[in-house]
Design a protein around this ligand. Structure first.
Ligand code: NDP
Length: 493
């Protein structure tokens, strides 16, 4: 019945997801497929290509063949095709949201009102941005004129993770193709469905064959073949820090251009002079949206001691009230964990927190819903206190519905806590004191700081992390610069 809904909105019910190579939907060369599991029921519901380096090579050849035409097409023509893709995403929001929710475990409403509209915005944003992208000129008086040419780099690789599947996939593909590159892309094999539906959208929109090629399969097979491909010299990757390190290790001796968006362990800093009600509500959202499986989620909450007990009571009350269960129900706030491997990892961190002396204030175990999701992968939103900021629970990325609370006394102390991890992706600060907000923002070691808000995004702003949270920035001009090569031309006058 669910697939009928998708069929009604133009997508056929299917068992096998297919690769998208040279404008066609094709099975992998190996003819083998991997089980694709619905985490809310823990049942196989479709099959994902188990591709390998042969499929990557075919994708590369298609991209290489398409490059001369696509890169020389006017920005206006490229933009028009991309705008059509954006429109088709919007028209198919219901089907894409349903597919994303089933594939990833997130609440359907979140996919429908957050993620899929954002995928549409990603394409729309870069389709229009490319029309305004300009390069610099540097006149040397009457002697000479320098001007900078920005040309597409060629065939690029885009590799994305499972937590925000279509959102992050399009966040890379959109600037890459807008700038005139051709792409070999790999979504996570844990959540391949919306990338597959996206390939159908690209076909319907008339994207020329070979401009985008999507190869499904495992990271160590497909991803590493893309990274190690001798002719693909630009890689945009979002995923874990460990995988990013492996990619950097392979890419460095080949002098590839890299953009790495990696893990996070983001602090939420709450001062006593915050707007209390708003802070509690938003910090619950920052902790548990998408089951805490967003790289930007705040997982270490530091609260000024004078309001610590009051905050703890209010926060834990709201967390305990979050409805967990069937992602397809409107009232569900916390859905399923994306995979069994990840589910086990999160539970092991809860055990570690207990061993390290933490007290569980709410949650702390797997959740078993009644009915169709009784075998699904659910974990109660979990709040822990009593841990030192340097313990493993507070230092390592858990990437699930698990949060720690810790009091602090001074600005210096909380900055030390906040900056103590190997990560530096995002931070949110809650205070009504303007001077303090600016002071703390300047001293936080992260790529993004939100003051009195969380996940408020403007696609023009630079996005990325410092330390082991990444290398480079996405978003706006940063992304278009990454996907182009600058060449200075100096003319003697
Ligand atoms: P992984 O690093 O495991 O995987 C990311 C992607 O890389 C997947 O498509 C994966 O394939 C692929 N991959 C795995 N091994 C290799 C390899 N050797 N070479 C090339 N590609 C490979 O991350 P997760 O999917 O588990 O995603 C969660 C992580 O992503 C978290 O650490 C999170 O913080 C981070 N993240 C960062 C964001 C940011 O903007 N900074 C945003 C969102 C998430 P497959 O899974 O199919 O095997």
């Amino acid at each position: 019945m669910l697939w009928n809904w998708i069929a009604l909105s133009r997508f056929e019910p299917m068992e096998n997801i297919l690769n998208y190579i040279n404008g066609e939907l094709v099975a992998p060369v190996s003819q083998s497929f991997l089980d694709n599991i619905n985490p809310a029921t823990n049942e196989v519901y479709s099959y994902c290509p188990d591709s390998d380096e042969r499929d990557v090579q075919l994708a590369y050849e298609a991209a290489e063949a398409a490059f001369p035409i696509w890169s020389e097409m006017s920005t206006g023509d490229r933009s028009r095709i991309m705008l059509k893709i954006a429109r088709l995403i919007e028209e198919n929001n219901d089907a894409l949201s349903l597919a994303e929710s089933i594939d990833q475990g997130k609440p359907l409403w979140l996919a429908k009102h957050g993620e899929i509209p954002r995928a549409q915005s990603n394409i729309h944003f870069f389709a229009t941005a490319i029309e305004h992208f300009a390069s610099e000129a540097h006149p040397m008086g009457n002697h000479a004129l320098n001007y900078t040419l920005r040309t597409p780099v060629g065939v690029v690789a885009c590799i994305s993770p499972w937590n925000l599947p279509l959102y992050l996939f399009t966040w890379k593909i959109a600037p890459a193709i807008a700038a005139g590159n051709c792409v070999v892309a790999k979504p996570s094999e844990i959540t391949p469905m919306t990338a597959y539906l996206f390939s159908k959208i690209c076909m319907e929109a008339g994207l020329p064959k070979g401009v985008l090629n999507i190869v499904h399969g495992l990271g160590p097979k497909v991803g590493s073949a893309m990274v190690g491909h001798p002719k693909i010299n630009t890689i945009s990757f979002t995923g874990g820090t460990k995988t990013g390190a492996e990619i950097a290790r392979v890419a460095a001796p080949m002098f590839k251009k890299l953009s790495l968006e990696l893990g996070g362990k983001n602090p939420t800093i709450i001062f006593a002079d915050c707007d209390f009600e708003k802070t509690v509500k938003e910090s619950v959202r920052a902790s548990f949206t998408n089951q805490g499986e967003i790289c930007l989620c705040g997982s270490r909450i530091y609260v000024e001691r004078s309001i610590y007990d009051k905050f703890k009571t209010a926060y834990v009350t709201q967390v305990a009230a979050l409805k967990i269960g069937d992602p397809l129900q409107d009232e569900t706030k916390v859905g399923a964990i994306a995979s069994k491997v990840h589910f086990d990892k999160i539970l092991s961190y809860i055990e570690l927190a207990k061993e390290e002396g933490g007290s569980i204030l709410t949650g702390g175990k797997a959740f078993v819903p009644q009915g169709r999701c009784e075998n699904g992968l659910f974990i109660e939103p979990t709040v822990i206190e009593g841990l030192n900021h340097l313990c493993r629970t507070n230092q390592e990325e858990i990437f699930g519905p698990v949060v720690t609370l810790q009091p602090f006394d001074t600005e210096e102390e909380v900055l030390e806590y906040a900056n103590s991890t190997q990560y530096g992706l995002a931070c949110s600060v809650w205070t009504e004191n303007l001077g303090k907000a600016h002071r703390v923002s300047a001293k936080i070691k992260s790529g993004i700081v939100w003051i009195n808000c969380w996940l408020l995004r403007d696609l023009r702003t630079p996005f990325g992390g410092v330390k082991q949270s990444g290398v480079g920035r996405e978003g706006g001009w940063e992304a278009l610069r990454f996907f182009t090569e600058a060449k200075n031309v100096c003319v003697k006058l």
